[in-house]
Design a protein around this ligand. Structure first.
Ligand code: ASP
Length: 345
């Protein structure tokens, strides 16, 4: 009897000592999803007044299209990597987002693209940076991961490798969009007048998928930041900063002011907090984005998908193009803050 009372007391004490963020884990994993998919199209100063109905519809439709195409891959027993590549390619091909066609211009008036992808099963990863002729940088990143012994290739070397891998190459003019060129001119004007750039518009794209085999993959693709100079590379192609995936914990794709995301190793920080502190994806991601980064004026957001299919999409800007898809449901798309919804409730 005494031993039973002792055991009971030990259990009571253990329960009382469990931090709040760990307790949440148990309730959150109650529903395991067969597969799950989440995408983002960048975080930034997104003001509803700047969106006509048509413009908003166009963004919603393109995000839905990416989710539906990726979801189809997962529904048909495809891999998380295939789903991520499929969804990101659709967003890269759309002039709406700052990736592939529609990427922002650097200071020399060139579209320099960065992308990365990571496989949560093997922890393999691939990335390309500063490429100007690869139509879909996410596919080149995947080839780097699968068909080379390296993780990151840059500039002409990356392009030579991509061409050898039969990746579609285009003339750099393919990436031109009038909108982005105007943004470059405005950025230069502000720079000449020594004005701070408060627009913080974005459009980087990313995707995280969980497939039926429990594998997680994450990918991110971007044109970086308007008016970037000197071969600047942001967080998007940096494994651990802009992209991370580990089947045991989560997949992460980030968007925001890359320098801060690199210095704070944002994507890995979220996974590491789950691994070493037992935090839920939701708690870890929220704390990193809305407390840690916000405190140092680092704008941006992340999409995170854990091994049970729980999704969280925190950001500290006025908006983030984002959406998710679960089996049997239609895509759920959000742009502004007031639409924020917790998909796990
Ligand atoms: N993170 C990207 C970069 O710094 C930009 C963005 O997400 O808006 O290159």
């Amino acid at each position: 009897m005494k031993i039973l009372i002792f055991l009971f007391l030990v259990l009571v004490i253990l329960a009382a000592c469990t931090p709040a963020h760990q307790k949440k884990t148990d309730s959150q994993v109650s529903e395991k999803h067969e597969w799950a998919l989440v995408v983002h199209g960048g975080a930034g100063n997104l003001n509803p007044d700047d969106f006509t109905d048509e413009k908003e519809k166009a963004y919603r439709e393109k995000l839905s299209e990416a989710l539906s195409a990726g979801g189809k891959v997962l529904e048909n027993n495809g891999s998380a990597l295939d789903a991520v590549e499929t969804a990101v390619r659709i967003l890269e091909d759309s002039p709406l987002f700052n990736a592939g066609k529609g990427a922002v211009f650097n200071a020399d008036g060139v579209n320099e693209l960065d992308a990365s992808i990571m496989d949560g099963l093997t922890l393999n990863a691939g990335a390309v940076a500063n490429v100007t002729r690869i139509k879909n940088p996410i596919s080149a990143a995947r080839k780097v991961m699968e068909n080379s012994s390296h993780v990151m290739l840059i500039k002409e070397g990356a392009e030579q490798f991509a061409a050898e891998q039969n990746i579609e190459m285009v003339d750099p003019g393919y990436f031109y969009t009038e909108n982005r060129y105007k943004s470059l001119e405005q950025a230069k004007e502000r720079e000449n007048k020594n004005l701070e750039d408060k627009t913080k518009k974005s459009g980087t794209v990313g995707c995280v998928a969980l497939d039926k085999n429990g594998n997680i993959a994450a990918g991110t693709s971007t044109g970086g930041m308007t008016n970037k100079k000197y071969g600047r590379v942001g967080d998007s192609p940096i494994i651990g900063a802009g992209t991370y995936a580990d089947n045991n914990f989560c997949g992460v794709s980030a968007t925001g002011h890359g320098e801060y995301f690199i210095r704070n190793v944002v994507a890995y920080d979220i996974a590491a907090r789950m691994k070493y502190k037992g935090e839920t994806a939701e708690f870890a991601a929220n704390d990193v984005i809305t407390n840690k980064l916000k405190a140092i004026d680092a704008s941006g957001g992340v999409i995170v998908l854990d091994k049970s299919g729980n999704i969280t999409m925190p950001f500290n800007t006025s908006g983030m193009f984002r959406g998710y898809l679960y089996p049997g449901d239609g895509p759920e798309i959000f742009i502004f803050q007031d639409n924020q919804e917790n998909p796990n409730q």
